[in-house]
Structures are given as structure tokens and as C-alpha cells.
Write a protein that binds this ligand. Structure first.
Ligand code: G6P
Length: 366
């Protein structure tokens, strides 16, 4: 089948817009009408697993980082995350009852494949979350969970990221259920929130103009900081990566609380700071870090929900309003502003959005 831009200016824009649909697809593959989670084949029984070890590259590694917060908080399962290129050279000792989990859009990334083979050599059971079910990583895994995102053409990953997160979230719920740490009622709440995700993401996409306006402000910056706490930290990393990849603006992400231990020295009136802060239990802490930025004349773009913006908008440079969603699902929702801020900044700068310089869609060398 021929893939075209379906009326969009770039594949990246098309793939961003496709997210409500493909996330819905992914959910329908793994959820029965009754709200049971169905994994392919014999699935996996998390009651025999004590620990997960994850490895991936680039955007997929940030999906792993977000999933680590979920596995630990919701399923009470310890997780380690490595960038795949570091994993095997670290020669990590691998305790029994560890599950090795690899995430890759292409399923061909050399570093990720090498990490997988390292685990294979240690006789670990291997689970992978991939977009291409015929890929090498899929073929060499004991169990494969496809993400059903459809072909992704833009070099900067977008819909694959949110579909990876969606499938990982389902896996977390399965783990929590197997381990007996989630009541039936709580599980049903998680599932119903998940089912609402496509429509909430649609609402987020409707904020396009606000994101474009904020991106226009970013487009003249030389450096941009991204901040987030808890499971918003991986999203800050993803926002900074997206911006670097396609707009070539230097961007760094920090866990909000780490700002004072160094990076705040960079802040002045020239440095925009994007803050991902849904109104959750960590909101007040993030806002106090944001105020430290503003006290040094940093220009803050606050990404939050209506309640958070109403509470903290004083003195910020721009706001982007996200709809409200269950706290645990904000990493999937806040991918939208991470993507669209980078996209519109790149468009404003006139860079080659779908084929950024020096990058490849799939990196098959180490
Ligand atoms: C390349 C791409 C990134 C991607 C990474 C991992 O570097 O430019 O966008 O996140 O590879 O790719 P994978 O196919 O393993 O998810």
C-alpha cells in the first residue's frame, strides 16, 4: 500500500493527527468488550516475575522510563531502564525471575537487538514491544506485543511513542492484576480511563493554535529547557529530544527538582523553559521550581490543565491547556504538546521536518 501525507504538509503532522485512531486500534487489540486484557499466545504471568529490565534507544527509551514509573507505582514491580547502547557493556548481573523487555518502533535498531541477544545469552525470557511484527527484534523474542501504530514515516517518532505507552500501560495493568496488587474495581477504573484516551487526545490536538503560537516564540531561542517531575520527567526528555531532532535548537530536559543543582545557572531572559505540570500530587513542587525560573527572568511555557493554569499562570510567558485525564495517563496525553511544540518550531524555522539532517529512521549500526 502506498503511504501518502493525506493532505498534511508533512508525514509527522499526519502521524501526530492519527494518534487518537491508532491508540484506539491498539486498545481494541488488547481489550475485550468486558474489559479483560488479552495478550497474544500464552501471554505472560507476572506472578512469577520479581523484576523487569528494560532497554531501548531514543524515544522508545523514554517510553520505557515512563513505564518504569507505572510498573513501580501501579504493579509494585521494580524496573531498571537502560539505553540499549550501554546495557550489555555494563555487564549487569541478572537475577532469576527477571523479565527482559525491549521497546522498538522499527524492531531493527542495532543497539537494542544487541541488548536483546545479551539477555538471550543469559537465558532470560524476552518480551518485546514493537511496531513492525516481522522485524528482527520481534523474531528473536519469546513474546511480542505489537503496537498497531501503522507505518511511521517521519524520522522523529510520534504515534509509535504514544502507542508504545498505551501497550506498556496495559502490560502494567496485567502485571498489577497477576500480582494481586490492584482490586477489580481499581482495574476497571484504569481500563475505563484508557478507553477514554482517544477522545481526550483529540481534545488536546484541538489546542494546535496555542501550541503553534508558543512554538513561534521558541523558534528564535538558542537553548530551551524542559522540566517535569515524576512521570512527567520522561515527557520532558521526549520534548527536548523532539525539539533537537527537527528544529536543531539545543534543548535539555531535567527533573524539576534537579534544576537547582546546576542547570538553573543557565537561566536568563534568553532561555525559554517548557514546564509539563498537570494538576497532580506533584504540581505544587513543580510550580515552585517554575517560580525559581521566573525569578531569574526565565520565560516559562506552562503546559497544564485548566485548574493548574488558573492556579499558576501569574507571570508565565505562555500557557498550553491540556484536558483533564486520570493522573496515571498524563504521560500519554502530554506527548501531544511535546510533539507539536517541536513540529511547529521546525516549521517556523523551515527545517526538513520528516528527514532531519544526520538522522535515520532506523539505525542498524552500533
Ligand atoms: C532512531 C530514530 C529515533 C528512534 C530511535 C529508536 O534514532 O531517529 O526517532 O527513537 O532510532 O528507534 P526504534 O525503531 O528502535 O524505536
Amino acid at each position: 500500500t502506498r503511504i501518502d501525507k493525506a493532505g498534511h504538509k508533512h508525514f509527522m503532522a499526519k502521524e501526530i493527527a492519527e494518534q487518537p485512531g491508532v491508540i484506539g486500534q491498539a486498545l481494541s487489540h488488547y481489550l475485550t468488550d468486558e474489559g479483560e486484557i488479552l495478550l497474544p499466545g500464552d501471554g505472560i504471568d507476572f506472578s512469577s516475575i520479581d523484576r523487569i529490565s528494560m532497554a531501548a534507544c531514543g524515544t522508545a527509551s523514554y517510553a520505557c522510563m515512563a513505564a518504569k514509573y507505572w510498573f513501580e507505582q501501579i504493579a509494585r514491580l521494580p524496573v531498571e531502564v537502560d539505553v540499549a547502547s550501554e546495557f550489555r557493556y555494563r555487564e549487569p548481573p541478572i537475577p532469576a525471575r527477571t523479565l527482559a523487555l525491549f521497546v522498538s518502533q522499527s524492531g531493527e535498531t542495532a543497539d537494542t537487538l544487541a541488548a536483546l541477544r545479551f539477555c538471550e545469552g543469559k537465558a532470560q525470557s524476552i518480551l518485546s514491544v514493537v511496531n513492525v511484527p516481522e522485524s528482527s527484534i520481534a523474531r528473536e523474542s519469546d513474546l511480542v506485543l505489537p503496537i498497531y501504530a501503522g507505518v511511521e514515516v517521519g524520522v522523529a517518532s510520534t504515534k509509535a511513542f504514544t502507542c508504545q505507552l498505551t501497550v506498556l500501560y496495559l502490560l502494567v495493568l496485567k502485571a498489577a492484576k497477576d500480582r494481586g496488587v490492584l482490586s477489580e474495581a481499581a482495574l476497571a477504573d484504569h481500563i475505563s480511563a484508557l478507553r477514554g484516551l482517544p477522545s481526550v487526545i483529540n481534545t488536546a490536538l484541538e489546542q494546535n493554535t496555542a501550541m503553534r503560537d508558543a512554538a513561534y516564540k521558541l523558534s528564535t531561542a538558542r537553548d530551551v529547557l524542559f522540566l517535569g517531575r515524576g512521570h512527567m520527567f520522561p515527557l520532558a526528555l521526549e520534548g527536548a529530544l523532539k525539539l533537537k531532532e527537527i528544529s536543531y535548537i539545543h534543548a535539555e530536559a531535567y527533573a524539576s527538582g534537579e534544576l537547582k543543582h546546576g542547570p538553573i545557572a543557565l537561566v536568563d531572559e534568553e532561555v525559554p523553559v517548557v514546564v509539563f505540570a498537570p494538576r497532580d500530587v506533584l504540581f505544587d513542587k513543580t510550580v515552585s521550581n517554575m517560580q525559581e525560573v521566573m525569578a531569574r527572568k526565565g520565560k516559562v511555557i506552562l503546559v497544564s490543565d485548566a485548574e493548574g493554569i488558573a492556579e499558576a499562570r501569574d507571570g508565565v510567558w505562555a500557557t498550553i491547556e491540556m484536558p483533564k485525564i486520570a493522573d496515571a495517563l498524563t504521560p500519554i496525553l502530554y506527548a501531544i504538546p511535546a510533539q507539536l511544540l517541536a513540529y511547529h518550531t521546525a516549521v517556523a524555522k523551515g527545517t526538513d521536518v520528516d528527514q532531519p539532517r544526520n538522522l535515520a529512521k532506523s539505525v542498524t549500526v552500533e
